[in-house]
Design a protein around this ligand. Structure first.
Ligand code: ATP
Ligand code: MG
Length: 420
């Protein structure tokens, strides 16, 4: 586990992307080369899909190739993750291939998509194929997700639009995003990394939530011995853990231990910046709030020049933001959205009331000073920005309140696991 950085080496040094197979049913990742200058298309068969992940149907019979056009990004994180993203085509459709090394005790992104795909969830990319290329190498797995290309980030998409167009588009985007997160929450998946880079819009105007690689399955960490003991309630979605060959309880506990640290700091909710141990859908909705303000900011303002997006360190940003959410006027001014259209301002103000004024009074300092603070929402403000179906789903669930008892019990357990 200490040598995870080896996995970030170029493949010609470390050789980890070279696993040749000629079996039928193999999935083929191929390099698009200029046929005229280089002769035949060079094809590298990388993996037999059905080998490591049992019963992953959408990959089983596929003999099709993903043609790599160009790399999009290559990210490395100190926490032991390393991802390569490649743009290309699959069966004539624009596609993205994400190859990522992650610790084996974390939730694979493909497993999160497998759960999300059990029911209709709006605004998630279509997954063409997913699986493991290497199931365990020194405590790391190499997984792949081949998916629909979801366009560009919402902020980039809106850059080229007029104020009038933004007014028309953004309320619809916010409705769709809230519905997506509510439906995911309802099936038991919490995204935990809503950020500017993870909300995309396609040319046709459809909005997507991508990068479910930091997601957790709600309840796995809290279930005591459910997997072993037939008398207790079966862990929900245990079938997916079995397919992907990991222990749901162990992964659940590690993911819960990571709750206070997971996300992109600039877009993290105030309680998470303050390392709150209890995390839920309201924290992800707070991240949507920052993503929206970032995306609608006029083009002449730079993110770095805006007080609300100046990052010093997590505790300081938490306190600064708590200061900024006290009043609409301060919020709009300090997040650089004072001069946007009135309709969008109203939308942002409604989100502020929903997130921070549960009883028509701004939450006090416990929002950032008490790491067991359980937040509540002001549901009266919800219809002004949220999808009605999302309200129905979330009100039924009561935010994260229902999970409090179990999570508190596990707060003790967290102390032990957090050193992992
Ligand atoms: N399906 C997709 N369609 C279009 N672009 C994508 C897609 N998947 C990823 N990207 C692009 O690649 C970037 C990185 O992908 P992704 O967020 O999945 O990986 P990551 O390494 O976990 O990133 P981070 O942790 O920085 O958010 C995205 O911000 C986006 O610009
Ligand atoms: Mg991302």
């Amino acid at each position: 586990m200490q040598f995870w950085f080896l996995l970030t080496l170029e493949s010609d040094i470390f050789g980890h992307f070279c696993n040749v197979s000629k079996k039928r049913g193999s999935f083929i990742f191929s390099q698009k080369v200029n046929v005229e200058s280089k002769g035949d298309l060079k094809t590298e068969v990388l993996y037999s899909v059905s080998k490591d992940v049992k019963d992953v149907r959408d990959g089983e019979d596929v003999v099709a190739s993903f043609c790599v056009e160009k790399p999009i990004a290559c990210h490395s994180y100190m926490v032991g993750r390393h991802a390569h993203l490649l743009k290309g085509t699959y069966k004539g459709r624009d596609a993205v291939l994400k190859l990522s090394w992650t610790p084996v005790n974390r939730l694979p992104e493909g497993a999160a998509y497998a759960i999300l795909n059990k029911r209709p969830v709006e605004c998630i990319p279509e997954i063409f194929s997913k699986g493991l290329l290497i199931s365990d190498l020194n405590g790391y797995r190499l997984e792949f997700v081949l998916m629909e290309n979801c366009g560009q980030s919402m902020a980039e998409y809106l850059k080229g639009k007029t104020d009038y167009q933004k007014d028309e588009l953004v309320p619809g985007f916010v409705k769709q995003l809230t519905l997506c997160l509510a439906q995911a929450n309802d099936i038991g998946v919490l995204h935990r990394d809503i950020s500017a880079g993870n909300v995309c819009v396609k040319k046709n105007g459809r909005v997507y939530v991508i990068d479910w690689g930091c997601a957790k399955v709600i309840g796995w960490g809290a279930a005591e011995d459910a997997a072993e003991d037939p008398d207790t309630i079966q862990l929900k979605h245990i079938d997916v853990a079995e397919q992907w060959g990991f222990n749901a309880k162990m992964v659940g506990q590690v993911e819960m231990a990571k709750d206070p640290f997971t996300g992109t700091p600039l877009f993290m909710a105030i309680p998470i910046l303050s390392r709150n141990l209890i995390r839920g859908i309201l924290d992800d909705l707070e991240s949507v709030f920052y993503v929206v303000m970032d995306a609608v900011r006029p083009a002449y303002t730079e993110r770095d020049d805006v007080q609300g997006f100046k990052f010093l360190d997590s505790p300081s940003l938490a306190i600064i933001r708590w200061g900024l959410i006290q009043k609409d006027a301060v919020l709009l001014g300090e997040f650089g959205v004072k001069h946007i259209n009135p309709r969008l301002k109203e939308l942002i103000c409604a989100m502020r009331r929903f997130l921070f004024e549960p009883e028509n009074k701004v939450m006090n300092h416990r929002l950032w000073s008490n790491n067991k603070f359980v937040r509540r929402a002001n549901w009266d403000a919800a219809p002004e920005f949220m999808h009605l179906k999302a309200i129905e789903l979330l009100k039924e669930d009561n935010g994260q309140l229902k999970r409090l008892a179990k999570d508190e019990v596990n707060a003790e357990l967290l102390k032990k696991i957090r050193t992992l």
